[in-house]
Design a binder for this molecule. Structure first.
Ligand code: HEC
Length: 119
C-alpha cells in the first residue's frame, strides 16, 4: 500500500511538472513571474525586465503577450520572430532608460518564456 501511494505521488509530481508552463503570481498590476525554476542566466535577465520594463506599464502587458501569443495593445502576433522588434520598439521610446544589452537580455528572456509557455 505504501509503495502504491508513493507511486501515485510520483505520478502526480511528474504530471504537474509537464504542465507547469509559466508560473504567474498575482493579478492585474501586481502580476509577476516566479523565477525559481529559471536557469541562472534567465533569472538575471528577469531581474532586468522586472526593474526596467515596468517604467511605463506593468508586467501584466508583457506576461499576457507571452501567454496568449498576441501583443495586447496592437493585436499583432507575439512570437519568437517578433520579440526582438518589440524590444527595439521599447528601447526607442523616449526616456526608455534602457541600454542595448538590457534590451538584448529582455528579448532573450521573452524567447525563453515563450518556449516555457508552450510546454
Ligand atoms: C519608455 C516607456 C516604456 C518602456 C521602458 C517599456 N515599454 Fe512596453 N510599451 C510602452 C508603450 C507606450 C506601449 C503601448 C504600445 C506601443 O507603443 O507599442 C507599450 C507596449 C508594450 C507591449 C504590447 C505591444 C503591443 O503591440 O501590443 C509589450 C509586450 C511591451 N510593451 C513590453 C515591454 C517590455 C518587455 C519592456 C522592457 C524591455 C517594455 N515594454 C518597456 C512603453 C514602454
Amino acid at each position: 500500500m505504501k509503495k502504491l501511494l508513493f507511486t501515485l505521488f510520483l505520478v502526480s509530481l511528474s504530471a504537474t511538472a509537464a504542465h507547469a508552463g509559466l508560473k504567474v503570481i498575482g493579478k492585474g498590476d501586481n502580476m509577476r513571474l516566479d523565477p525559481a525554476s529559471f536557469p541562472p542566466q534567465m533569472k538575471a535577465n528577469y531581474e532586468i525586465v522586472r526593474v526596467k520594463c515596468v517604467k511605463c506599464h506593468t508586467l501584466e502587458r508583457t506576461i499576457v503577450a507571452v501567454q496568449t501569443g498576441v501583443a495586447p495593445i496592437s493585436g499583432q502576433p507575439f512570437d519568437r520572430n517578433a520579440t526582438k522588434a518589440y524590444g527595439v520598439k521599447m528601447l526607442r521610446k523616449p526616456d526608455s532608460n534602457m541600454s542595448k544589452p538590457e534590451v538584448k537580455a529582455s528579448v532573450d528572456l521573452l524567447n525563453y518564456l515563450l518556449s516555457e509557455a508552450e510546454r
